[in-house]
Design a protein around this ligand. Structure first.
Ligand code: HEM
Length: 435
């Protein structure tokens, strides 16, 4: 157990042997949202809405995740459109691109189809707002974190990004509010076949204030913050890893082609059958995690853990998710004993080893050692959707394009800011159309 000092406060890093007793404690004792709101400087980024109920998580768990197979064809249609409008013409020639920047807009479009629905997901103003809300929020977070907390109230409102976030919120309300009201009016008139999207499910499941159009718009921005850049980073890392280890292009493409041909094509529920791709993504995330720490929680009460460890009330604590998956005692054996070696099919080999492993070790599976999506009550509810979206997009890219680094270039070093890890967004790769 040790403390990490950030300028805005201390975080206690505790052993993951405590995960199982902590993950099921009531949220009045151990709270994930308190830690998120602190991490995203909620008062200044408007992220404090996360403390105002858990409507998005309920909707994702109860409606989106069970409907993943049904949403896949909608996402596929939006992806085909997005690739046509966003990707460059690279037939018969190699073209240099910032794959991160291209993917950001593709992910905003494809996830938008399922989150905000067909009326909104192609509106340029929405795409701009959904993407820039996160960038403006991080500009606030990273500036304020340089300062001690007692200066935040003074400095926060002086930051241009503070006002840009509020402008993004006003735009989201202006775009989403009329759609909510129109859907409700049509429903009242009995002439509306409900859309199958998160906006509609939030309209249906929201209770009291939660269902107000302005609140729904704000929640949609928070979902953009939770899902667009994170998903883009995972796909970018995977492409950077593939270009650094090009011997894995063929096995992944063979699996994709085999499954598509033998299981009815992209419109059928084939994505869970991409087992090598799943394993590759999990290993890529192990090597390039979203953050060095995870399972951020705040103790709302003093916690007495089973081995007499006491965590005082008010403590922000977390676990060293990156170090855990680089610990040779913990990481399951792979082709090498060295945890620094990238072994993308180690997880699918483990899954094939025994029937009880069949559903373990997947990209979206969390356990006490695999914490990059959190674990337990506050674990990322969107991870199954993210997994589907990443495989859909990456699968299409691998079959449609070749990728490589420019001559003399290799994998760009990851970038970091406090605990967060990012792929270099400006790094360039070359791409060429294959078919
Ligand atoms: C690779 C992509 C993603 C990563 C790495 C990621 C990671 C995380 C992590 C680490 C947490 C905190 C878990 C905890 O405290 O135990 C979280 C929370 C959450 N995630 Fe994700 N996530 C991803 C994609 C998504 C997507 C696509 C959605 C939405 C559809 C989503 C929705 C949420 C929500 C609603 C929360 C709860 C906190 C909040 O509202 O911000 N995530 N995610």
């Amino acid at each position: 157990m040790f403390r990490v000092r950030r300028n805005d406060g201390e975080i206690l890093v505790i052993s993951n042997k405590h995960v199982d007793e902590l993950r099921s404690m009531p949220e009045e004792h151990v709270n994930g949202m308190d830690a998120h709101v602190k991490n995203v400087c909620g008062r200044y980024t408007t992220g404090d809405i996360l403390l105002d109920g858990d409507l998005p998580s309920r909707v994702i768990q109860q409606k989106l995740t069970p409907s993943l197979a049904a949403t896949a064809p909608l996402m596929k249609d939006e992806l085909d459109y997005a690739l046509d409008v966003e990707f460059p013409d690279c037939r018969d020639k190699w073209v240099s691109v910032s794959i991160y920047e291209l993917l950001l807009r593709v992910v905003a479009r494809v996830s938008g189809r399922v989150l905000v629905g067909p009326e909104i997901c192609r509106q340029e103003e929405w795409l701009y707002t959904a993407i820039h809300f996160t960038e403006n929020s991080y500009a606030i977070i990273m500036t304020l974190r340089i300062l001690p907390s007692y200066l935040h109230a003074l400095v926060g409102p002086l930051l241009p990004a503070y006002w840009r976030v509020r402008a993004n919120l006003a735009t989201a309300k202006r775009i989403i509010g009329p759609v909510v009201r129109e859907r409700r009016a049509k429903e009242a008139a009995g002439e509306y076949k409900k859309e199958e999207d998160v906006l509609q499910w939030m309209m249906d499941m929201g209770v009291g204030r939660e269902a107000q159009p302005d609140k729904l718009a704000h929640r949609q921005l928070m979902l953009s913050l939770a899902g667009i850049h994170t998903t883009t980073m995972s796909i970018s890392h995977a492409i950077y890893d593939l270009c650094a280890h090009p011997q894995y292009f063929d096995p992944l493409r063979d699996e994709l082609s085999y499954v598509i041909e033998n299981h009815g094509g992209w419109r059928r529920p084939i994505i869970p059958k991409f087992r090598k791709l799943d394993s590759f993504l999990r290993e890529s995330q192990r090597m390039n995690p979203p953050a060095l720490i995870a399972f951020n929680r705040v103790a709302r009460k003093e916690l007495k853990l089973s081995d007499n460890v006491t965590i005082p009330a008010g403590t922000h604590f977390c676990m060293a998710s990156d170090a855990i998956l680089h610990d040779p005692e913990i990481l399951p054996a792979g082709e090498s004993d060295d945890p620094k070696v990238f072994d993308p099919f180690r997880w699918v080999r483990l899954r094939d080893e025994s029937p009880e492993n069949a559903h373990r070790y997947q990209f979206a599976t969390t356990d006490s050692n695999s914490l990059h999506f959190g674990h337990g009550k506050f674990a990322c509810p969107g991870r199954f959707f993210a997994s589907q979206q990443i495989k859909l997009i990456l699968g299409h890219l691998l079959l449609r394009y070749d990728f490589k680094y420019p001559d003399g270039k290799g994998r760009p070093l990851n970038m970091g800011s406090d605990e967060n890890v990012f792929p270099d967004p400006a790094a360039r790769v070359l791409m060429r159309r294959r078919c």
